[in-house]
Ligand binder design. Structure first.
Ligand SMILES: *[C@@H]1O[C@H](CO)[C@@H](O)[C@H](O)[C@H]1NC(C)=O
Ligand SMILES: *[C@@H]1O[C@H](CO)[C@@H](O)[C@H](O)[C@H]1NC(C)=O
Ligand SMILES: *[C@@H]1O[C@H](CO)[C@@H](O)[C@H](O)[C@H]1NC(C)=O
Ligand SMILES: *[C@@H]1O[C@H](CO)[C@@H](O)[C@H](O)[C@H]1NC(C)=O
Ligand SMILES: *[C@@H]1O[C@H](CO)[C@@H](O)[C@H](O)[C@H]1NC(C)=O
Ligand SMILES: *[C@@H]1O[C@H](CO)[C@@H](O)[C@H](O)[C@H]1NC(C)=O
Ligand SMILES: [Cu+2]
Length: 238
C-alpha cells in the first residue's frame, strides 16, 4: 500500500517535472535531398566489434533515416546503447573526448528517454528513442524526425560522432560521421530561390545511390514502446 502510493506520487512528480521543463524537439524539415553521412567503427586489434551508422535525409526532406548495423558485440555487458555525441572523436580515438549526447534543447540525462514521447528525448539518444541493441548482430532502420542533415540546424549531426556503450555506460566504440554526399538544398531550406536568371545554378536532385550491402537484407527490429512502463518501474527504485 505504502509502496504503491509512493510509486504513484513519484511517477506523477516525474511526469510533471518532465512536462514543465522539457522543450520538445521540433521536427526538422527542409533537409537537403540526398545528403548522407556515415560513421564506421575503427577495426581494433583483438576486438570483434564492427559497426556503422548511416544517416541520410528522410523522405520529403523530413528528419533523417538512420541505418544502423553492428556485429561481433560482446557476449556480456548488454543491452548496448548508442547515441550521437556532441563532439567528434579526438584524433587519438579516445571515446571519452566525444563529450555528452547531442542535446540541442538541453533536456539533460534524466529522466530516462520515454520512447513513446521521442520529441522529449535527447536528440542524439537514438537507442533511447528506437530501442537498445539486444543481440550481438543488429541491423535496424528508422526515421528520426528530430535529426538534421541541414547544416544550419542545431540538430545537425554530420560533423559529430556516435558512441556505442555497454549497459553500464562504458564506451566500447566510437566513430566520426563523415560526409558521403552533401545533397542539394531544397527550396524550403531557406535558400534564395533563383528566378528569372537562367545562369543562376539550380542543381538537379541526384538520384539516391543504392545502400551499401551491409545495410540491406537484415531484419528490421521494431522498437517497443515500453517507455511508459519503464517510467513506472523507475518510480519504484527512486
Ligand atoms: C561495465 O561492465 C563491464 C563488463 O560487464 C565491466 O568490465 C566494467 O568494469 C563495468 N564498468 C563499470 C564502470 O561498472
Ligand atoms: C574526428 O574528426 C575530427 C574533426 O574533423 C578530427 O580532428 C579527428 O581527428 C577525427 N577523429 C578520428 C579518430 O579520426
Ligand atoms: C581518455 O580521455 C580521458 C579524458 O578525456 C582521460 O581521462 C583518459 O585517461 C583517456 N584514456 C586514454 C586511454 O588515454
Ligand atoms: C558542426 O557544424 C555546425 C554547422 O556548420 C556548426 O555550427 C558546429 O559548430 C559544428 N560542430 C562541431 C563540433 O564542429
Ligand atoms: C536500455 O538499456 C539501458 C541500460 O541497461 C536501460 O537503462 C534502459 O532502460 C534500456 N531501454 C529500454 C527501452 O529498454
Ligand atoms: C545571374 O546569376 C549569376 C550567378 O548568381 C550572376 O553572376 C549574374 O549577375 C546574374 N544575372 C542577372 C541578370 O541577374
Ligand atoms: Cu552515448
Amino acid at each position: 500500500m505504502r509502496t504503491s502510493t509512493f510509486a504513484i506520487l513519484a511517477a506523477a512528480t516525474a511526469v510533471s517535472a518532465q512536462s514543465s521543463t522539457v522543450t520538445p524537439a521540433p521536427v526538422v524539415t527542409g533537409n537537403p535531398a540526398g545528403a548522407q553521412y556515415v560513421a564506421t567503427l575503427p577495426v581494433k586489434a583483438g576486438s570483434s566489434i564492427r559497426g556503422s551508422v548511416l544517416g541520410q535525409t528522410g523522405p520529403n526532406g523530413v528528419g533523417v533515416k538512420f541505418s544502423v548495423s553492428f556485429s561481433g558485440l560482446p557476449e556480456t555487458g548488454g543491452p548496448f546503447m548508442y547515441h550521437i555525441h556532441e563532439k567528434p572523436v579526438p584524433t587519438d580515438g579516445n571515446c571519452t573526448g566525444t563529450g555528452a549526447h547531442l542535446d540541442p534543447y538541453m533536456r539533460g540525462e534524466v529522466p530516462i528517454c520515454d520512447a513513446t514521447k521521442p520529441q522529449t528525448c535527447q536528440t542524439g539518444d537514438l537507442s533511447g528513442k528506437n530501442g537498445n541493441i539486444t543481440a550481438r548482430e543488429w541491423s535496424q532502420e528508422y526515421v528520426d524526425p528530430y535529426s538534421a542533415t541541414r547544416m544550419d540546424s542545431n540538430a545537425f549531426f554530420g560533423n559529430l560522432s556516435f558512441v556505442l556503450h555497454l549497459s553500464n555506460k562504458t564506451r566500447i566504440g566510437c566513430a566520426n560521421f563523415t560526409m558521403v554526399q552533401a545533397g542539394s538544398p531544397s527550396p524550403s531550406a531557406g535558400m534564395p530561390v533563383p528566378s528569372g536568371n537562367a545562369t543562376a545554378s539550380v542543381k538537379p536532385t541526384p538520384a539516391m545511390p543504392s545502400q551499401p550491402s551491409q545495410f540491406t537484407g537484415a531484419a528490421t527490429q521494431v522498437a517497443a514502446g515500453a517507455g511508459a512502463m519503464l517510467l513506472a518501474a523507475a518510480a519504484f527504485v527512486l
